[in-house]
Design a protein around this ligand. Structure first.
Ligand SMILES: [Zn+2]
Length: 280
């Protein structure tokens, strides 16, 4: 009875403080979150001509929350730090990187506070994927060794904002050596090694019960025409490795009969269900 009273009191407190509490789902869920947009870029960066692409080479930058009965994984953490976003619907721009919504606010609306994020993984270290990494330094970080080495190297590397992820250096960590990693041990949430764009670029494979198999491809491609016309961005770490990875990935996608999302592609992102709706 005492326990019941305590639970009731906690429940009331929870309501009073307005903190949403997420219930544990019975199965896997994927939430698509809005982490901003990127202004139009020169298609030549992606080894494409203007007349070869649909649209204007502007991007979206989603973040994703994966909720599994055994825990949570945050995949990519945005391009403008939450602290720089007013969160009143005003768009803020940091160069070509723009955002209107804080990642933490979107997670809180789903019932997840920072401490509720068990695992953090990013497709790669480029600035449009790491903005809020420090906030999740209390989570277990899943990273490829080659990516870790590049992130904390003192060499001159482009498209990197070490300030945004410096706290990860001391985070609990699962380090992979060019290998895949089954996050919850049941094959439904798998980090897949996909080097080339950066030394330790990785992707996320999900087995959703209703939606089916889904691959979040990170930046293996940015524009769909990279895929259809076989072009590699000029700024990839190792173009030959990218091509080899792409070959393996396409074979995997075919065999797994998976849908594959190009994360930055506005045409892919547009029709997707956005949080609080989810895929399961
Ligand atoms: Zn990117």
């Amino acid at each position: 009875m005492k326990r019941f009273a305590a639970a009731l009191l906690l429940g009331l407190l929870g309501t009073a403080t307005g903190v949403a509490q997420a219930a544990k789902p019975a199965g896997l869920r994927l939430y698509v979150l809005d982490c901003g947009t990127i202004s139009p870029m020169d298609p030549a960066l992606f080894s494409l001509k203007k007349e070869e692409i649909q649209g204007d080479a502007s991007f979206v930058s989603p973040c994703y929350l994966i909720v599994h009965p055994k825990g949570t994984l945050l995949w990519d953490v945005g391009q403008v730090p939450d602290a720089d976003i007013p969160d009143d619907g005003t768009e803020v721009a940091r160069g070509i990187l723009k955002a209107t919504r804080r990642l933490s606010t979107q997670l809180a609306a789903l019932g997840y506070q920072t401490r509720d994020i068990g695992f953090l993984a990013m497709s790669h270290y480029h600035a449009d994927h790491t903005a809020n990494a420090n906030r999740y330094a209390g989570s277990t970080w899943i990273v490829q060794q080659a990516e870790y080495d590049a992130m904390f190297s003192t060499a001159q590397l482009g498209i990197r904002t070490p300030e945004s992820y410096k706290d990860l250096q001391g985070a609990r960590r699962i380090t992979l050596n060019g290998t895949d990693h089954d996050v919850f041990g049941d094959g439904t949430v798998v980090i897949k090694s996909a080097p080339g764009h950066t030394p330790g670029h990785q992707m996320l494979f999900l087995k959703l019960r209703h939606f089916g198999p889904l691959l979040l491809m990170g930046d293996l491609y940015h524009l769909p025409e990279e895929r259809s016309l076989d072009r590699v961005p000029t700024f990839d770490f190792d173009a030959a490795v990218t091509r080899a990875t792409r070959k393996q990935v396409e074979a995997f996608v075919h065999k797994a009969k998976a849908q594959a999302w190009i994360q930055h592609d506005p045409a892919t992102y547009g029709p997707l269900k956005k949080a609080p709706a989810f895929y399961d």
